[in-house]
Ligand binder design. Structure first.
Ligand code: K7E
Ligand code: CUA
Length: 764
């Protein structure tokens, strides 16, 4: 053995073996990884409980408010992987929301007194219910800053409607739904005149008002029917969270309040601030409203019109016996009806107790007119002690309560103590406490607002993250902490940073209840949920001048935009209408153009429009923004704006390359070889039980489409070849090849899927 070789071997042994020993312990064994990363057994258990392997799905899907981002954040549980941001009150470019004409029309529904509002302070999402159980059809969310409610259809996770509250100037207690989603509730927060006029604060007690609105939801249409919606006038207390009764309490709604002191502030003139003036009394009031009877009063016309909206006045509500006040200690926040509807839990921010009210006791007091007094507006007040089932010390600053699948078990968020308290609300016992980081607001159990909560997990929606994540500047992400509640002791599993607004509340549904579409019917206007008048079929693309507007009826399909060249005259209004012709899953095309703030997203089947004035002569390239195929970069075009008065010249194209017969023959040979590969893939797929695999069936459909396009291009190229037009013959032969490549790509994906998922051979 030569010296050199011996040295080399020694080197290999020293370094190589050493390395491989290290790599076995550090990368290939659980113990090694735990040691290297400093993980405890508890950490590894938590990881195993939350990890979803590649390709796997989460058991629950959560919809979190995006706070002042005006959006909704969708994530999976237990993996806490973010799946989507649903644009609601705020323009969102990726989805084209607020950029295409169709979604601009939705945002325009949310205008207030002629003003565009391009954000929302979203707080409480609510999932539609059937018989008190989440049904996965619709989602609602409120806007605190500009009282509005949005309707999101979970068939495509898109915002369909925004309704503006006609009388409120601020709100908070929404959105919550009745057990069959007949109504969506919205309660005001900061009192203001219900009209839009100026009223000095000296008339606060007389002219400022709160209110609660019952929005009628038309379940067949999937839209709120404003003409069938009504409100009830309330005192100028700061109304807060609301909830609907269920089971025995169905027909009633409950709305908290704080600042029943009716303090109006004035720190600038030396008066104590709101925070002092609004927390003087030991109790505030829960409003208890018989909404079913209120709906009858509305139908009977016992309302007053304010800003064109039907309002049941306080006097009518008192006279008809549909409105009562129940004292609640002190500066309360959350009000949560138990899954069985027999109890209502309220927690006061400045109290250490959770108060459990008995609905039966409340009804007895109402029936016997056993009132403890009246408020300054004449509303009957029930006796706190007589209405209580029990009170329990749960911690300092209790806010919100959620329910477990186990009977009588509740979880209350404890803001000041930064804890979650698990307790028994039937017996009044604390069962467990867990610390969170830091300052919890809402909390969410799986299907926790329904009549049958699923338990299993709890998410703590924390107000502060402080030191939990890598620092990213003074503005920290929010922190959603996942807690395992399947056992007796709560176990903290995971911290998820959420870098979008302050998510106040979230709701989670069993993922199996969600069955969203993968594509639209071709030519669909997803915002109005109807066929678009601008739907364009392949081969029917056209440019039409009508009523002073240049309408471009275009299509998008891998990988070209038709038309590719659009010429208009300076000063013309241009309206692009683009239909995505794809049937394939996840083949979205985008459309962006220079200078005109044009940015569209067309999911398979969708038709979207962008209208603007071509106000200066120039050249404006446009292109697809989604990397949709190997030739995505070539998915491009030009809008040319001629100076005013200039005549349209016939387009003369200067091309980069002139082709001869040799080029044509070469391309055709490539295509014939490619076809052989495709045929072998097709043979593989059709020899297997591919029809048992829906994703493969969809891929096969897509590949078949591409092969039909290929056949069409092949025919065109052959026609040009007969005419010896080698330029066009070669270009079409290249296009034929492009379709083949797409078909082959899709076919290979299908083949891989079949191989990985145990497809078996079948007899032909
Ligand atoms: Cu922040 Cu429900 Cu609006 Cu409590 S709310 S925390
Ligand atoms: Cu379509 Cu890129």
């Amino acid at each position: 053995m030569s010296m050199r070789l011996g040295k080399a071997m020694g080197f290999a042994a020293a370094v190589g073996l050493g390395l491989s020993a290290a790599s076995v312990s550090a990368q290939d064994t659980l113990e090694g990884i735990m040691k290297e990363r400093g993980l405890t057994q508890k950490d590894v258990l938590a990881a195993a409980k939350t990890y979803v392997p590649t390709g796997g799905r989460d058991e629950f899907v959560a919809f979190s408010s995006g706070g002042q981002s005006g959006q909704i954040i969708v994530y999976g549980i237990p993996s806490m992987r973010i799946l989507k941001y649903v644009a609601v009150f705020t323009p969102e470019p990726w989805q084209g929301y607020g950029f295409d004409d169709e979604s601009k029309a939705v945002l325009a529904q949310g205008r207030i007194n002629g003003k565009d509002i391009t954000f929302g302070d979203t707080h409480h999402p609510a999932i539609s219910e059937t018989n008190g159980d989440y049904d996965g059809r619709y989602l609602f969310i409120n806007d605190k800053a500009n009282p509005r409610i949005a309707v999101i259809d979970l068939a495509d996770f898109e915002t369909k409607q925004i309704v503006v509250n006609p009388i409120m100037k601020s709100e908070h207690g929404g959105a919550f739904v009745t057990p069959n989603t007949d109504y969506v509730i919205e309660a005001s927060q900061y009192a203001a005149p219900l009209t839009n006029e100026y009223v000095p604060l000296s008339q606060f007690n007389e002219k400022y008002r709160g209110a609660v609105t019952y929005w009628k939801f038309d379940n067949a249409k999937g839209r709120i029917d404003q003409s069938q919606s009504f409100s009830i006038e309330l005192p100028p207390y700061s109304q807060d969270l609301s909830d609907f009764g269920k089971g025995p309490s169905d027909g009633w709604s409950f709305t908290n309040s704080f600042c029943t002191e009716r303090y109006v502030g004035g720190i600038e003139s030396g008066r104590p601030p709101f925070e002092a003036g609004c927390s003087q009394k030991d109790t505030d009031y829960m409003h208890m409203i018989n909404w079913k009877k209120a709906a009858e009063l509305f139908k009977a016309g016992k309302t007053t019109k304010i800003n064109g909206h039907d309002v049941i006045t306080m006097d009518t509500a008192i006279k008809e016996g549909i409105l009562f006040l129940v004292p609640e200690p002190k500066s309360p926040h959350g009000v949560d009806v138990t899954p069985d509807g027999t109890k209502i839990i309220v927690a006061g921010k400045l109290d250490t107790h959770a108060s459990v009210y008995s609905f039966e006791k409340l009804m007895t007091l109402v029936k016997n007119k056993d009132f403890a007094g009246k408020d300054p507006y004449g509303i009957p007040i029930l006796d706190l002690k007589k209405a209580l089932h029990l009170q329990l010390e749960v911690g300092l600053g209790p806010l919100h309560t959620q329910y477990d699948s186990k009977p009588c078990v509740a979880y209350t968020s404890i803001y000041v103590d930064s804890q979650v308290t698990k307790w028994d609300y039937c017996e009044g016992k604390v069962l467990d406490k867990i610390s969170i980081h830091y300052n919890i607001g809402h909390l969410m159990s799986m299907e926790g607002d329904s009549v049958s909560p699923d338990g299993k997990y709890l998410v703590s929606l924390n107000k502060l993250a402080i030191d939990r994540f890598n620092p990213v500047g003074p503005l920290h992400p929010q922190n959603h902490q996942l807690i395992d509640i399947s056992g007796d002791k709560m176990e903290l599993l995971y911290d998820m940073p959420l870098p979008l607004g302050e998510p106040h509340y979230a709701v989670a549904i069993n993922a199996e209840k969600l069955k969203p579409h993968v594509r639209y019917k071709v030519g669909w206007d997803s915002r109005s949920d109807s066929e678009s008048p601008y739907k364009t079929r392949p081969g029917r693309e056209k440019i039409e001048r009508k009523d002073g507007v240049v309408h471009v009826y275009g299509t998008l399909i891998r990988s070209h935009i038709t038309p590719e060249i659009v010429e208009v005259e300076e000063g013309e209004t241009v309206s692009f209408h683009l239909t995505n012709l794809e049937r394939a899953e996840d083949e979205t095309h985008g459309f962006a153009m220079y200078e005109y703030n044009v940015n569209l997203s067309a999911e398979p089947g969708k038709t979207v429009s962008a209208t603007f004035k071509a106000d200066r002569p120039g050249v404006f390239p446009y292109y697809c923004t989604e990397f949709c195929s190997a030739l995505h970069l070539e998915m491009q075009g030009y809008m040319l704006v001629r100076p005013k008065g200039m005549k349209a010249t016939e387009a003369k194209f200067s091309e980069g390359q002139a082709y001869a017969q040799g080029d044509y023959d070469k391309q055709v040979k490539t295509n014939v070889d490619t076809q052989a590969v495709i045929d072998s893939v097709v043979a593989f797929i059709t020899s297997r039980n591919f029809k048992d695999f829906p994703p493969v069936v969809a891929l096969v459909e897509d590949a078949t489409d591409q092969l039909n396009f290929a056949a069409d291009a092949k025919k065109k190229s052959e026609d040009f070849a007969t005419k010896q037009d080698w330029q066009n013959a070669t270009l079409w032969a290249q296009q034929w090849f492009q379709y083949q490549v797409k078909a082959a790509d899709i076919g290979l994906r299908a083949k891989t899927f079949l191989e990985q998922n145990g497809a078996v051979e079948v007899k032909q």
